[in-house]
Structures are given as structure tokens and as C-alpha cells.
Design a protein around this ligand. Structure first.
Ligand code: PLP
Length: 370
């Protein structure tokens, strides 16, 4: 049997992640300086590990209710209530942020519906839109990575169903300022477009307190995650909150797909909500400043307000060529075309030890001056 001939148009349309390609390449290098990894460099905090172990020992190993265990759901509901007072937001525990994003798109996108994504974008967004049969519309945000609402306005058509973005953003670290958030939220309300706000990096705001477009429009669907904040990306835990009919549809879809988020990890999630991440935030802010200060004279860059990425412009040629040159120096980074229609910038993650950062910085400075 020709198995390739069996593949659906959907499976063929989805592309292999460019991040994975660099990941595979990294495995072939000996002790690379790896600034390509999109996850924290610290391990899961002990109280969370203990909560997961205790959950296993207590026999919490079976299915949970689809929405999430009551202990976690209640704690998340209280957290959401305190951040969005006066709003009646419904919560769903998901299998990672990715699970929430897929369910959200499955819940609202019909074939041919347009989904607008600011460019640069998180690598999964275009593929998720393809997966659900949506039609992708990108809005360029170069060179300052601020969302231009006039451009966004012009991109909206009668077929626009949703706008999908992250703040703080991957790969730029850009944070939507409150005025833009408010105008964006109001534009979406006026035009009847669903805003899906991916706030997985909410814990990593360095210069301003976290703020969500949902503060200005309760119709905004927010997707959040535990993976980045607590170094537990492999544990697959996230949550969504928003209007009840949307969350209800996502819950129904979760029932027959993910079924539930991993049971033992949900117990760790309860412990996570009681864990103070301020020391982690301070350390990553220090790393942000260290990398920005070291590179700002040699590279054109926008100081990122959040997440743990820097997205500088390449000094010459394409980003793919530049990243390939860096690989010859044993340095791994991701070229901009993985996250963009352009190939002019590169992403480095500063979620790494100071030693790794210093070694990477030394190579990048040498490369800029070559
Ligand atoms: C913006 C953004 N959204 C979602 C995800 C996926 O998160 P999760 O591992 O919780 O599915 C990532 C991971 O890199 C991300 O950067």
C-alpha cells in the first residue's frame, strides 16, 4: 500500500516546524551553544514535582472530568475573577496552550474563514489555521513589532472570523501596550471578530504589569499556560477563559480529542498557582538586560518587554544564511523565516545559563564585525 497516497490534504498542507529542524540539527553538533530553545532553562520547582508525585501515589491516575479537576478549576476561576472583576468568564483546563489554541480554532473556524495573524508570529499559528481549514491573512509588524491598527483594520473583511496573537510575543518578545490593547479590543467588538489572545508568557513581563486585551472587552478569548512559567513544558497544562458559549464548545471538542488534561499534572497545577515566580522573573529580566546591552551596538534590535526572546536584524544577507554561518561556530539560533514571511531577523532565546549566553554573545559580536 502507498501510505503517502493515503495522506489527507490537511496532513500534507501542514509543514514541519522550522524550530524542530534546528532542534534535530543541534543533536548532530557536539556541545552546541544552544540559543534556539523555546523553553525555560530551569527545572520544575520542587513543590510542583512533589504535588505530581503525591498525585500518582494517591491514585489520581485515571481520567478527570473534561473541564479539569474541581481543585484546579476553582483556583483558576478565582484567579481569573480577581484579574477581570465584573466579568463573567468561564474557564477550561486544557492540554497545554497548544491544546487550547487548537480547540479555540476548531470551535469557531469554518473552511474558508479568515484568521488574521500579526507577522512575526508563533510558528504554530499558520499551521493550526491550515489544520482547521481556515484561510490565513498576515499583517506585517516590522520594524518595530508594534501592531498598526490601521493595517489591521484594512485586513479585516466580511470573512474575517478571528485575530490570533501572543502578548508577550514569540519570537519578538513584544508586549502590546495598553492603548493598543484597548483599541484592538474595541475594533474586534465593532467588527464582530473574535480576538484570541495567547498569553502563555504572562509571567514574563519585565517593564510593565501584565495586561490583557480582555480587560477592555470581555468577549476576548484568552489562552494561558503553565509550561513556560514553571519549566514544565513537557507536562502539557494550560487553560482558556472567555465567554461561556465558546468555552462550552471547546469543552465538547476536548471531550472527544484530548479527553482531559493529564490528571497528575493538574494537581501540580494547583501547587503552581501557590508558587511565587518573582525570583524567576527577576533572573530573566537580568538576562534580558545582559543580552540586550551586549548586542545593541552591533545589531539593530527592539528591546523586548516580555517572554525570553530577542529578535535582532541580521547584519547582512538572509537570516537563513546568517544562522547557517552561526552553526559553523557551533551556535544554534532560529532564522526569522520560521516565524515570518520575511527572512531578515533571527531569534535567540535567553532562557539559558549565563555561561551559555556569554559564549553566544561573544560569537554574535564577532560575526557582526566580520
Ligand atoms: C506563543 C506561544 N503559544 C503557545 C505555545 C505552546 O505552548 P504549550 O507548550 O503550552 O502548548 C508556545 C510555545 O513555544 C508559544 O511560544
Amino acid at each position: 500500500m502507498n501510505h503517502e497516497a493515503l495522506l489527507s490534504a490537511r496532513a500534507q498542507a501542514v509543514e514541519i516546524s522550522g524550530v524542530r529542524k534546528v532542534f534535530e540539527l543541534g543533536r548532530t553538533l557536539h556541545n552546541p551553544i544552544n540559543l534556539s530553545i523555546g523553553q525555560p532553562h530551569f527545572d520544575v520547582p520542587e513543590p510542583l514535582k512533589n504535588a505530581a508525585k503525591a498525585a500518582i501515589d494517591a491514585g489520581h491516575n485515571g481520567y478527570t472530568v473534561t473541564q479539569g479537576i474541581p481543585e484546579l478549576l476553582t483556583a483558576l476561576q478565582a484567579d481569573v475573577q480577581s484579574r477581570f472583576p465584573g466579568q463573567n468568564r468561564t474557564v477550561l483546563v486544557t492540554s497545554g496552550t497548544s491544546g487550547g489554541l487548537l480547540l479555540a480554532l476548531l470551535a469557531v473556524i469554518n473552511p474558508g474563514d479568515e484568521v488574521i495573524i500579526p507577522d512575526p508570529y508563533f510558528v504554530a499559528y499558520p499551521q493550526l489555521v491550515t489544520l482547521v481549514g481556515g484561510s490565513l491573512v498576515v499583517v506585517d509588524t516590522y520594524d518595530d513589532f508594534r501592531l498598526d491598527l490601521n493595517r489591521l483594520h484594512d485586513a479585516i473583511t466580511p470573512r474575517t472570523k478571528a485575530i490570533l496573537l501572543s502578548t508577550p510575543a514569540n519570537p519578538t518578545g513584544a508586549v502590546l501596550d495598553p492603548t493598543t490593547q484597548q483599541e484592538l479590543a474595541e475594533l474586534c467588538h465593532r467588527r464582530g471578530v473574535l480576538l484570541i489572545s495567547d498569553e502563555i508568557y504572562r509571567a514574563f513581563h519585565y517593564d510593565t504589569p501584565p495586561r490583557s486585551p480582555a480587560h477592555y472587552n470581555p468577549e476576548v478569548l484568552v489562552i494561558e499556560g503553565f509550561g513556560k512559567s514553571y519549566g514544565m513544558t513537557g507536562w502539557r497544562l494550560g487553560w482558556a477563559h472567555g465567554p461561556q458559549p465558546l468555552i462550552q464548545a471547546m469543552t465538547k471538542l476536548q471531550q472527544f480529542t484530548f479527553v482531559c488534561a493529564p490528571s497528575i499534572v493538574q494537581y501540580a497545577g494547583v501547587a503552581a498557582l501557590n508558587f511565587d515566580v518573582s525570583a524567576i522573573l527577576a533572573d530573566y529580566k537580568r538576562k534580558r538586560d545582559l543580552v540586550v546591552d551586549a548586542l545593541k551596538n552591533d545589531y539593530e534590535l527592539v528591546v523586548p518587554g516580555g517572554a525570553f526572546y530577542l529578535f535582532p536584524k541580521v547584519p547582512r544577507g538572509t537570516a537563513t544564511e546568517f544562522v547557517n554561518q552561526a552553526i559553523e561556530h557551533n551556535l544554534l539560533m532560529i532564522p526569522g523565516n520560521v516565524f515570518s514571511r520575511r527572512d531578515t531577523h533571527f531569534r535567540i532565546s535567553y532562557a539559558a545559563s549565563d555561561d551559555t549566553l556569554q559564549r553566544g554573545i561573544a560569537i554574535l559580536r564577532r560575526m557582526a564585525r566580520q
